[in-house]
Design a protein around this ligand. Structure first.
Ligand SMILES: [Zn+2]
Length: 243
């Protein structure tokens, strides 16, 4: 299966899980040229089909946009791909449960085995440290570089008042991480309420995190998500369903 179709599946899966709304985007580094990445044209991810997928260089300039509009926040992707040669896929999203963590200084911690990667550390980025009075969007290479610097070698970074950006060595892992990051945030918030001010929450420890992260590729989930997305695309092609 081609990378463009995989990206369509990723976009639709993230929309279906409420991780990406009309905004937010997934990208994948090109298999044929690591100095390029694939990204949809400026469109709600749930509506993306293969012809919408464009190729951009790492300065986030389109190879041939054919006049189509681009996402303003594409610099998040280009600058992280530059800074992290190990990263092959990125999901930027506004999933709601992580936002309260970024603006209160409460660190996300691994509460659930499907989100063990949280134990590798999820820093929090404040755009105000890079630019005062911004509209909160990462619209320049400078802001993208600043965000990539905060991400460092971690699997995800929270963005104050905005959302998060998740990275991985392949697309299905990036999608899985984005979905389970949202779930981890929700569960951690619920556990905090249940435990009360002096209560104890038992998080996964470093050894458990290492033992899980080494193999977790969301294989069964990805197979399910891909099957559902392909069925929906086929129905749309036949005129039996609308996105
Ligand atoms: Zn955004």
């Amino acid at each position: 299966m081609g990378q463009a179709l995989e990206l369509v599946i990723a976009s639709r899966t993230l929309a279906e899980h409420g991780v990406i709304d009309a905004y937010g985007h997934a990208t994948v580094r090109s298999e044929s040229d690591p100095q390029r990445y694939l990204m949809a044209r400026n469109l709600a991810p749930e509506l993306v089909t293969e012809p919408d997928i464009l190729e951009l260089d790492l300065d986030s300039r389109p190879v041939d946009a054919k006049g189509r509009a681009l996402y303003q926040e594409r610099f998040i992707h280009g600058e992280i791909y530059k800074a992290r040669p190990d990263v092959m896929a990125i999901v930027h999203n506004h999933s709601p449960s992580v936002v309260p963590f970024a603006c209160t200084g409460h660190a996300l911690r691994p509460i659930f085995h499907m989100s063990a990667f949280v134990g590798l550390g999820v820093p929090s980025w404040d755009i105000r440290d890079a630019q005062a009075g911004s509209d909160m969007l990462v619209k320049t290479a400078y802001l993208g570089r600043h965000l990539a610097g905060c991400l460092g070698s971690h699997p995800a970074v929270l963005m104050r008042g905005h959302g998060s950006t998740v990275v991985a060595e392949n697309l299905q892992r990036a999608v899985g991480r984005a979905i389970y990051l949202e779930m981890n945030a929700r569960m951690q918030f619920q556990a905090t309420l249940l435990a009360g001010p002096s209560g104890r929450i038992v998080f996964m420890d470093d050894a458990e995190v290492a033992a899980n992260v080494s193999w977790q590729n969301y294989e069964r989930s990805w197979n399910l998500w891909r099957t559902k997305a392909l069925a929906k695309l086929e129905a749309e092609r036949k005129g039996e369903a609308t996105p």
